[in-house]
Design a protein. Structure first.
Length: 278
């Protein structure tokens, strides 16, 4: 018993002792973060650029988009400069001044006054998506509150284009027209997206399907359409990582965003798209 009484004060002293630890955390400098998507169907090449905010950094580049960068795009033996637009906080160049062509490799280069430089390469796919068929089925019901509900199932079948690796993103929209507002106010809601590649080809076809639900309101009429996007690999992988990100659930595993920007962060990617009406 005496031994136990002697041992208890020792435990109290041992576990109450603590020492401040001095840990030198790595100083991580901010990186240039770039977002730019190009297509032969756009009228303006736009690049949104900012500085990252590393957790362990003694540098503060600020949250305002930098307006003093040299941003150039090159391809087809031509190089031109994207100019900063203070209204929209992006760098832009009209396609009329720098025509974009499918199948050509383009390079986006960004240089900061302090010497940081990043670059990325991409191609616009050579072919538009080939739609084999597009259909929709619906099932109408009424909920316990008397609201009309329609469940839609949209199906789009794509033809395989060639022997090269193909990537697709399909974005489904519903269009609402409110006749109670002067001028028939029109707005589009994104109702879902599907990702597909030619790993799922069956007899030369890629089958996709998306479900939507509509709650009926008398003054609103709905129609639906989809953008079928034939994407570069960078476009496909970047948007797919965004789709996997679930900000509303704090317990999900973190998603590492895809990046193809050398020495920096972000994405420079090409795509082609067609619109499908239902």
């Amino acid at each position: 018993m005496k031994k136990l009484i002697f041992f208890l004060p020792f435990l109290i002293i041992f576990f109450s002792c603590k020492k401040e630890a001095s840990i030198n955390l790595p100083d991580t400098p901010p990186k240039l973060s770039v977002s730019c998507f190009i297509s032969d169907s756009v009228e303006l090449i736009r690049a949104t650029i900012s500085w990252s905010n590393p957790v362990f950094s003694s540098s503060n580049k600020g949250n305002e988009p930098p307006s003093d960068l040299l941003v150039t795009i090159s391809g087809n033996g031509i190089t031109d400069t994207l100019m900063f637009d203070p209204e929209y906080f992006w760098y832009a160049l009209p396609v009329s001044e720098f025509p974009l062509s499918p199948g050509v490799e383009y390079t986006l280069n960004v240089v900061a006054p302090t010497g940081e430089e990043v670059s990325a390469k991409t191609k616009i796919p050579e072919l538009n998506p080939s739609i084999s068929s597009a259909s929709v089925s619906e099932n109408a019901s009424v909920d316990q509150y008397g609201n009309n509900i329609i469940d839609y199932t949209f199906r789009i079948v794509l033809n395989e284009l060639n022997n090269e690796k193909e990537y697709y993103r399909l974005v489904f929209y519903s269009t609402a027209i409110n006749s109670g507002i002067p001028g028939e106010f029109i707005y589009n809601d994104v109702r879902g997206e599907v990702y597909a590649d030619d790993n799922s080809v069956i007899s030369g076809k890629i089958f996709t399907e998306q479900n939507m639900q509509w709650y009926g309101v008398d003054s609103v009429q709905y129609s639906s359409f989809a953008h079928v996007i034939h994407a570069s690999e960078a476009y496909y992988r970047f948007h797919k990582t965004l789709a996997n990100y679930n900000q509303s659930n704090p317990f999900v595993e973190p998603t590492i965003a895809y990046s193809n920007v050398e020495n920096g962060l972000g994405v420079f990617a090409g795509y082609r798209q067609v619109r499908v009406e239902f």
